[in-house]
Write a protein that binds this ligand. Structure first.
Ligand code: QUE
Length: 332
């Protein structure tokens, strides 16, 4: 019970614990392979009626090991990049197709790859300690792990707003947005796993608490108005015309993250509205192989995770200087 992923049988449940707490359980290839192998075992074990996945330590899962991806990209090593993302996205698809209840207990940070190993499952339980985000535009990546399928299907234009700004959601807000399905207090979570293992997933409803209001409720009209635009320029124009404090601070966020990433993220999320999950993951794999080799991504990860100066030098430096031909080339 001391691997980067622990998997064990607990009464009628298969249980999985991510166990790389110092890296906030960020996924590497070995972890992805161990989770997938455990899911295959539990699927074929008739004594297992549900699978429960959780994070060891304070995080659920902070994403992927993007520092290692950057190192490979800078070294021109495309094969380990393809191997990691192909394995990660295959796991996301396997969770979506899983024939038994799949329960994620989210009691801490859940970003990027963490959303990928929860949102495609049948039950996503979030506590007041959960924090959800798709923060990829800050590192010049894009919302992947099947989120180009999920985000266009969230209420109104919330998905495009969350994707482009990286806005963080509380556990309760994540239920309102659709990332999570149940809101359970952190203090009750240690009892929930064993209760599901004994009595099945129907007990989750008994643990669930009354949902606090959606903190973005008052901004929903502004979000839907701006982020339903059919271009990045349209989003910016709508926020400028709005002029509210919310619109101003949203504009400031959009002007701080990678301009190129805002454009390629917008394009692939927009396209995701008319693709199924499998098509979305295939399009994400094609794009991520290009982005991982791109200097913009190397600079983003440098600024946020390597040097941590939070002072990226984006090229081009503003949203309206991005050449549409350069964005098209990422999808060629
Ligand atoms: C955007 C991201 C990630 C991020 C920060 C962003 C991401 C990711 C991590 C992360 C955080 C802590 C760790 C770690 C990785 O941060 O994908 O290994 O210890 O994995 O702004 O997409």
């Amino acid at each position: 019970m001391d691997q980067v992923v622990n998997a064990w049988r607990d009464q009628r449940a298969g249980r999985i614990q991510l166990n790389r707490p110092k890296a906030l359980n960020a996924l590497d290839l070995q972890m992805v392979q161990l989770i997938h192998a455990a899911l295959d075992d539990f699927r074929d074990d008739p004594a297992v009626h549900a699978v429960i996945i959780e994070g060891g330590g304070r995080a659920f899962c902070a994403g992927g090991d993007v520092r290692a991806i950057r190192d490979h990209g800078m070294a021109g090593e495309s094969e380990p990049i393809r191997e990691f993302f192909a394995a990660e996205y295959a796991l996301n698809q396997a969770i979506a197709d899983y024939p038994k209840p799949y329960v994620a207990l989210i009691d801490g940070v859940c970003m990027g790859g963490g959303i990928g190993i929860s949102v495609h499952g049948s039950h996503r339980v979030a506590s007041e300690k959960a924090g959800f985000a798709m923060p990829e535009t800050a590192i010049a990546l894009f919302p992947d792990i099947g989120c180009t399928y999920i985000l266009p299907r969230l209420p109104g234009a919330l998905g495009m707003y969350l994707a482009l700004t990286g806005a963080r959601l509380t556990g309760a807000d994540a239920v309102h947005a659709g990332f999570a399905t149940h809101y359970v207090p952190s203090a009750k979570l240690p009892e929930l796993g064993p209760a599901i293992a004994r009595d099945g997933v129907s007990v989750i409803a008994e643990f669930a608490e009354i949902l606090p209001p959606f903190s973005l409720e008052q901004f929903r009209p502004a979000i839907d108005d701006a982020f339903s635009a059919t271009s990045v320029a349209g989003i910016i124009a709508a926020l400028e015309a709005d002029g509210s404090e919310f619109a101003q601070s949203t504009l400031a966020t959009l002007r701080a993250v990678s301009p190129s990433s805002v454009h390629w993220s917008f394009e692939i999320i927009h396209a995701g509205a008319s693709r199924d999950l499998k098509e979305c993951l295939a399009a994400e794999l094609a794009l991520v192989r290009k982005v991982a080799m791109h200097p913009e991504f190397h600079e983003g990860v440098r600024a946020v995770l390597v040097d941590k100066d939070r002072n990226p030098k984006w090229q081009p430096a503003d949203l309206n200087s991005v050449d549409p031909a350069a964005i098209n080339a990422m999808f060629a």
